[in-house]
Design a protein around this ligand. Structure first.
Ligand code: HEC
Length: 123
């Protein structure tokens, strides 16, 4: 009887430590997720995205992004606009305007990166 009690105690302890490991793992995964969304695109992808900025975005916002059909989106124009707000606009477009959603072509991280590039002073 005592042996059985001992076994049950051991099992319960094992179960609790398993739970602890599980919650530690899920915490790790959860905290890693936003970091992944912020990860920089690869150098090759960065070159593609810079090309997209000139070729596609430039067709509306102007080759130098100083404005055209779309408003100017140079660093000085976007100074007070948060990165997340710009990334949201890039991903979802502006319904009812010419600004199209780029979600089919860009990941969240890539849109954040593009917004950061737009806000960075020209080099
Ligand atoms: C077909 C034309 C068109 C294309 C292509 C286009 N845009 Fe736009 N964009 C617009 C228009 C028009 C607006 C203004 C919408 C409004 O009135 O709110 C806009 C708004 C924006 C804004 C918000 C500016 C602000 O001050 O709030 C950002 C950022 C932006 N575009 C980025 C991009 C990027 C990056 C690309 C390329 C991936 C792109 N746009 C391609 C037409 C375009």
């Amino acid at each position: 009887m005592l042996r059985l009690l001992h076994l049950v105690t051991k099992l319960v302890a094992l179960f609790i430590s398993g739970l602890a490991v599980l919650s530690a793992v899920s915490l790790l995964v959860l905290s890693a997720a936003p970091a992944a969304a912020r990860a920089e695109p690869s150098p090759e992808r960065q070159a593609e995205l810079r090309n997209l900025l000139v070729q596609d975005c430039g067709s509306c916002h102007g080759l130098t992004l100083a404005g055209g059909l779309g408003p100017p989106i140079r660093a000085e124009d976007l100074e007070i606009k948060p990165v997340d707000y710009l990334a949201y606009t890039i991903l979802n477009g502006r319904p009812g305007t010419a600004m199209p959603p780029w979600r089919p072509f860009l990941s969240d991280a890539e849109a954040v990166w593009l917004a950061q590039v737009l806000k960075a002073p020209a080099d």
